[in-house]
Ligand binder design. Structure first.
Ligand code: UD1
Length: 423
């Protein structure tokens, strides 16, 4: 298995092009199941999760062609559709559950393996299934699979009140409702930019959706959807990750394609930590002003709050801050797996339940480290940029799920990072 070798140093200088959002592409791709006409996504990220979604859609009978070096995904679901999403693919990636709503809307029936647990927590599907049940689906769990059937073969519009603003459930219900009979209202819907991006694409396909980006979304069902060409929104998590890089070893990085509206709560924390963020013609420029960043407290929340997917990277930065920071993780119950690895590099972190107290140290030291999820892995690479000596981050297959060519992007701004090919 490959690993990434990081040698501390700096300062950084240059530009990094931010890719299309993984989490948007993973919900836009299953939308192809809603129409017999082609759906073309431009600005798609080149990631292993996209390949997994491709395999899943192909197993369901969709045609998926990757073009322009993977940046364009052309999809079509004009032939017969198989409604069984198999465990062997679904277990690799939780986002596979996003075929449930589209399959049920198109076929009136869907059999989708439950994704199972993952490193960051249990992540159940009850909000998805309760919502679909309100729309007239009969859902049963058998042999690890959700067996869903729409009463009379077609879903009905309904008022769906979410107990929590789940991103995936909002996407599944929104897609399912586009072809349902009547009007669906999702209350306490998630407001993430990826939801707005999905709604934009569905509208291009002919769906009638309003309110996306707010906590109440209304979807008027239509008889059929057509094709569309849609550029995937910028990846705000990749953006935030690279915006943090100068905090570790000084200098300045311009993130091309970066937008403040995607990442407001995060930028507020960067400013408090003493980083200078400004808008440029092509994106966002970040500079470290002093020698050391300042401590700040962080609470993860649904959008527009501070994203859980940037918590690990922020913690890595705060390990080096002047003062004590408190990080509260409110989205996932087990999302501090990076803490013990950062401690191995010399950080001073105390974790208690969903709260981590980070006492900043002046220096961290390189070590062999290993991460068990995507964002934890990248936090260790960032920490390595500031550490004395060499840091070897092992098991990097997680990274390839969410960051395209990370070592090349960091090399491009002067970081000493290389991939070591494993056997
Ligand atoms: C999406 C993102 C993920 C991000 C997360 C929160 C994708 C592909 N993934 O994941 O990167 O970290 O949003 O911003 O877009 N929950 C339930 N029951 C459910 C559904 C969720 O209890 O039916 C809980 C989860 O266990 C978790 C919380 O709600 O504690 C948030 O989950 P959710 O917003 O659904 O995240 P995902 O869509 O899985």
């Amino acid at each position: 298995m490959d690993s990434i070798l990081v040698k501390g140093g700096g300062p950084l200088k240059g530009q990094i092009e931010i890719a299309g959002a993984k989490n948007a592409a993973l919900t836009l791709m299953p939308a192809t199941l809603l129409s017999e006409e082609p759906l073309m996504l431009t600005n798609a990220p080149r990631l292993s999760d996209i390949k997994t979604m491709t395999q899943l859609l192909q197993s369901l009978g969709a045609e998926v062609t990757s073009m322009k070096d993977g940046k364009v995904q052309a999809m079509s679901s004009h032939g017969p559709i198989n409604h069984v999403a198999d465990y062997d693919i679904v277990r690799k990636m939780r986002a596979s559950n996003l075929v449930l709503g589209p399959l049920l809307a198109r076929e009136g029936v869907a059999v989708v393996s439950l994704p199972g647990g993952c490193a960051i927590g249990a992540r159940p599907m009850d909000i998805h299934t309760d919502g679909l049940a309100k729309m007239g689906a009969d859902i049963e769990l058998k042999d690890g699979y959700l067996h869903a059937k729409a009463e009379g073969g077609k879903l009905k519009g309904a008022v769906v009140d979410f107990p929590f603003a789940s991103v995936g459930a909002t996407e599944n219900i929104m897609m399912a409702a586009t072809l349902a009979k009547g009007t669906t209202v999702i209350n306490n819907a998630a407001r993430e930019p990826e939801i707005v991006d999905l709604a934009d694409c569905l509208r291009k396909m002919g769906a009638q959706i309003s309110g996306d980006g707010n906590s109440s979304i209304e979807i008027q069902g239509v008889d059929r959807l057509g094709g569309a060409t849609h550029p995937v929104v910028t990846d705000r998590i990749e953006l935030g990750t690279f915006m943090l890089a100068p905090a570790f070893c000084g200098g300045e990085v311009e993130c091309l394609g970066g937008r403040l509206d995607l990442i407001g709560a995060f930028v507020e924390k960067l400013a408090l930590a003493g980083l200078d963020v400004s808008e440029t013609k092509n994106g966002l420029l970040v500079k470290r002003t002093g020698d050391r960043v300042k401590a700040v407290d962080v609470v993860t929340e649904p959008f527009p709050g501070f994203p859980t997917d940037l918590q690990a990277q922020m913690m890595a930065m705060l390990c080096l801050a002047d003062g004590t920071s408190v990080l509260e993780e409110k989205i996932f119950e087990n999302r501090f797996m990076h803490a013990p690895e950062l401690i191995r590099m010399g950080a001073n972190i105390a974790v208690q339940g969903g709260t981590a107290t980070v006492h900043g140290v002046e220096k961290m030291k390189g070590a062999q480290v290993m991460a068990t999820d995507l964002r934890a892995s990248v936090s260790l690479i960032l920490a390595g940029l500031a550490a004395e000596g060499e840091t070897q981050v092992n098991r990097v297959y997680h990274l390839d799920r969410g960051y395209e060519h990370i070592e090349k992007k960091l090399q491009g701004v002067g970081a000493n990072v290389e991939r070591i090919k494993g056997v």
